[in-house]
Design a protein around this ligand. Sequence first.
Ligand code: NDP
Ligand code: 8X3
Length: 249
Amino acid sequence: MKTALVTGASSGIGRATAVALAKVGYQLVVTGRRRERLEELAAAVAPVPVHILTFDVRNRDEVDAAVASLPAAFRAVEVLINNAGNAHGLAPIQQGDVHDWDLMLDTNVRGLLNVTRAVLPAMQERRSGFIINIGSIAGHEAYANGNVYCASKAAVASLSKGMRIDLVGLGIRVAEVNPGAVETEFSEVRFKGDKARAASVYQGFEPLRADDVADIIQFMVTRPPHVNIAEVLILPSAQAAATVINKQP
Ligand code: NDP
Ligand code: 8X3
């Protein structure tokens, strides 16, 4: 059975992707900081084998120790979904909170690098693997007050291209999936638990669901080995650009 490792599988796009990959025959390594969520996910996909790793992607030592602790049956990670990430705050650059900036850059950029670096040796050894980075429409166009989040996702876009170049000779595919507005816990985290403000982001139109993004990832992963859908932009039909959304009153 092939193994897929999904970061940020305790919520939203990561959870939906883990379920979608379990449905097409992958056993799972699921990661996040909230163990009980991951346990609930493991129960939901039973009897598919699941190994849970809890770590903070920002902490390189924790990441390395967790990946090194994988039992032999889960060590040959074939698919890596670099999904863990979030926005923190939405403010003009002159009012930005430096703690928020650190959180976003450390999670969305350094975290992705930490996990990739820990998982790559097993792929390199087998000269096979598929890495899918979850970027964002925000990585391809900046929007007002999005500054550092947009920059962190622009870094993911650049890294995805660079990784694809560096790893092509090793038989490792690299792709990037860039969603628009998906209703998950994303806005609750961005607005620091303000549920009403988070809900207002998705009012007046039908946003994507995490399952919609997971469907695309499932499709990408089930293509034959000579096919790499290298970049995908997936938007709700009501969205035309990062901040152009056809909202009905
Ligand atoms: P959620 O907030 O629902 O999920 C985020 C996931 O990331 C959680 O499972 C969380 O797990 C994990 N995570 C966050 N920080 C850390 C950390 N420091 N260490 C380990 N895990 C962490 O949001 P989404 O599902 O929407 O977000 C998933 C990805 O999709 C992110 O990269 C986001 O930027 C991207 N994205 C989201 C869009 C949207 O509109 N929702 C649009 C475009 C891209 P835990 O808290 O348990 O650690
Ligand atoms: C999340 C989508 O447009 O809120 O990456 O930045 S957006």
